[in-house]
Design a protein around this ligand. Structure first.
Ligand code: SF4
Length: 252
């Protein structure tokens, strides 16, 4: 048995006959959008995709930026990068912030029609003088070219991520701006030597989101969960291509 991976679990499975709300993370909805079959195999049958290695450096950047925002919050000061770009607002004071940032809690909303408890953990949020919330999302990478926009394929998932947070906060009664800001940190590769440090360039990328797709995505994911039929697989998936290639070796 693998030390790192449980191929079949019996806990936290969706049970269509249960009356209890079922916790569904925003990343599970993202998985559903990528491949309903993988989502179903995870949530109904208990086998999740093998995890990748944790992104420890990304999470270090994330933690440090959160501390940076917390220090500014304590002093009610704006972040210099946002201020320099004309964004008005200071890190929001909200008693629920720790909960909202907790990966197992996050911002939660019970979707009555489906009895699903949708949740997602945010990075940070600003409050403008008019009391509007503005989502802040931290991302880290290391590319040779400067990051100037959200144009790569995988950025579509980043956009849906902040749209889901915007939706969750709205459903919790907050007034939320359509515009979110990505702090995109790029680890510079063009230094002479490592010298025990990695320098970053931060691009501030505004993104105007729309949460119009979310209601339908939740309803379709729900219909998938309550069905007894295994959904079709996505057709552009490395995991399945690998699985099929391995299987073919044993069919010769
Ligand atoms: S196509 Fe990929 S994502 Fe879908 S079931 Fe196969 S492995 Fe999972």
């Amino acid at each position: 048995m693998s030390k790192y991976y449980t191929p079949k679990r019996t806990r936290n499975l969706y049970d269509p006959s249960s009356k209890m709300p079922y916790k569904l993370s925003r990343s599970a909805i993202e998985l559903f959008m990528e491949c309903p079959r993988c989502f179903y195999i995870d949530k109904r049958l208990g086998t999740r995709r093998p995890p990748g290695f944790p992104f420890s450096l990304n999470s270090a950047v994330d933690n440090l930026l959160k501390k940076e925002f917390d220090a500014l919050r304590a002093n009610k000061e704006p972040h210099p990068l946002l201020k320099a770009n004309g964004v008005v607002g200071i890190p929001a004071m909200n008693d629920k912030l720790d909960e909202w940032r907790n990966n197992f809690k996050g911002v939660q909303y019970k979707h009555e029609k489906t009895n699903l408890l949708i949740y997602g953990a945010i990075d940070d949020v600003l409050e403008t003088p008019s009391g509007e919330y503005v989502l802040i999302e931290f991302k880290a990478t290391s590319k040779s070219e400067p990051i100037t926009g959200l144009t790569a394929d995988h950025h579509e998932g980043y956009k849906r991520q902040v749209e889901m947070y915007q939706w969750l906060l709205r459903k919790n009664g907050y007034k939320v701006s359509d515009t979110a800001y990505f702090f995109y940190c790029n680890g510079l590769r063009n230094k002479k030597s490592f010298d025990k440090k990695l320098d970053f360039e931060i691009s501030l990328i505004p993104y105007k989101g729309s949460d119009k797709w979310i209601e339908e995505a939740i309803l379709t994911a729900y219909n998938c969960l309550i069905s007894d039929k295994l959904p079709t697989a996505g057709d552009d998936c490395d995991f399945c291509a690998y699985r099929k290639a391995v299987k073919s070796h044993f069919q010769k």
